[in-house]
Design a protein around this ligand. Structure first.
Ligand SMILES: NC(=O)c1ccc[n+]([C@@H]2O[C@H](COP(=O)([O-])OP(=O)(O)OC[C@H]3O[C@@H](n4cnc5c(N)ncnc54)[C@H](OP(=O)(O)O)[C@@H]3O)[C@@H](O)[C@H]2O)c1
Length: 386
């Protein structure tokens, strides 16, 4: 494993993300998962990423595993939701969220504390004030942002001493290279990339016949839908072909490609098996040659051109008439429209995020979504798309 130095930290090129504990990639056996985390330590991983919202036990389990090696690891965690289930970034809520995370992790300080989701009701200045106070009190070492619209990230970069920005980045999810990554580079803030295996798709183990369990995020992720999915399968084949030259798998090429991107300090993967973990760790300590990077880039450019042309057509098609009658498909179509329209610059992110949160909030609620509710959201979205 190679390490990259930044702000006094030596960070493993491949980091371990604990999102799997949320159940978003299917169910996880806790005892086995703990042994995967221990194996990550053995393999030289020192960056461990979790969040208050990755399931009730996520921070506690990570805390148990790292207790004997606390000073040798870098713990990154994220601010949870307020009492009403919505993100709250008000001064007191940030302070109490940190206190709760420290207690669950059973540690005295958090190495990297991240703003997880936006709270449009709180000024960035107030949240930064809370984060600075936490740092002065020694409860956190560094802070950063994750999952925020680029324009909001810019506010944080201007207002505070933002050390890290977590962003989705993989050969099949390249959006952050357009705005977020260059923005962070301008301010000297390093990127921690996530979902670098494209949530498993770049392993080549997922195809049109793959079924995901209920609650698996890939059931609604646009990456697994329509042209984006077909494109991802073609990209996977290309990475497989390149990997043969190095005796590496498509996953390893995918992670190495992320590590070759300027401004990236570490690539987080979230495997729940030792076998996948070992494969991912072996993506560090070697480099794709310039010629192969160029070949990948030109392949990705062609895929991007095709998606740029086709995706707006797909969005307009979905929004034109009513949604499909099957509730799950109607829901997935709305998620697709919202996420893809942001990527394609067809909508202002800050305007659509509250509608997205409304949709996801309704889905998580106790009552089943109704067709009328979904249609109502479709009409709101249609009014925003240009
Ligand atoms: N995803 C998000 O929305 C998000 C957002 C913010 C931060 N993060 C952080 O970033 C971390 C990494 O993101 P992620 O978990 O989405 O990463 P990921 O590794 O791209 O996705 C995890 C999925 O990919 C599969 N996978 C990983 N390595 C594999 C391999 N070598 N071969 C086959 N399948 C493989 C895993 O399968 P198995 O379980 O079978 O190993 C799992 O289903 C998260 O855990 C979290 O800490 C994630």
């Amino acid at each position: 494993m190679k390490y990259r130095s930044y702000k006094g930290l030596d960070i493993s090129e491949v980091g371990m993300g604990c999102y799997a504990l949320s159940g978003s990639y299917g169910s996880v056996d806790l005892e086995n998962y703990k042994s995967v985390l221990n194996h990550a330590l053995d393999l030289g991983i020192n960056l461990f990423d979790t969040a208050a919202t990755y399931g009730d036990e996520a921070e506690k389990i990570l805390g148990e595993v790292i207790t004997p090696v606390r000073e040798d690891v870098i713990i990154s965690t994220k601010i949870g939701m307020g009492d009403d289930g919505r993100p709250s970034l008000a001064y007191d809520d940030v302070k109490s969220a940190c206190k709760n995370s420290l207690s669950r992790l059973n540690i005295d300080y958090i190495d990297i504390y991240l703003v997880h989701f936006d709270d449009p009701n709180t000024e960035v200045k107030e949240t930064v004030h809370a984060l600075e106070d936490l740092r002065n009190e020694g409860k956190i070492k560094h802070y950063g942002v994750s999952h925020l619209p680029a324009e909001r990230v810019k506010e944080y970069l201007e207002e505070g001493d933002v050390s890290f920005c977590l962003m989705e980045l993989s050969a099949v999810s390249r959006q952050s290279r357009k705005e977020l990554l260059p923005l962070c580079q301008k301010y000297g803030t390093k990127a921690i990339a996530f979902s670098v295996t494209g949530r498993g798709i770049l392993s080549g183990k997922i195809d049109e016949d793959s079924e995901f369990a209920p609650g698996d995020i890939r059931k609604m992720d646009p990456l697994f839908k329509k042209e984006r999915f077909k494109s991802a399968l073609r990209i996977t084949e290309k990475l497989k072909e390149i990997g043969k030259k190095y005796d590496k798998t498509s996953t390893q090429v995918a992670i190495n490609w992320v590590l070759s991107q300027d401004g990236v300090i570490s690539a987080l993967t979230g495997p729940s098996s030792k076998e996948h973990l070992e494969e991912n760790v072996d993506s560090s300590s070697w480099n794709l040659k310039e010629a192969d990077l160029r070949e990948i880039e030109s392949f990705l450019d062609k895929e991007e051109e095709m998606l740029e042309e086709k995706e707006p057509e797909i969005i307009n098609e979905i929004l034109k008439d009513g949604l499909p009658e099957k509730i799950e498909q109607a829901f997935n179509d709305l998620v697709y429209v919202m996420e893809v329209s942001i990527d394609r610059g067809m909508v202002e992110e800050k305007k659509i995020v509250p509608i997205f949160q409304e949709l996801i909030g309704k889905k998580k609620g106790d009552e089943d979504l109704t067709y009328d509710q979904l249609e109502d959201i479709r009409r709101k979205v249609k009014g925003l798309i240009v």
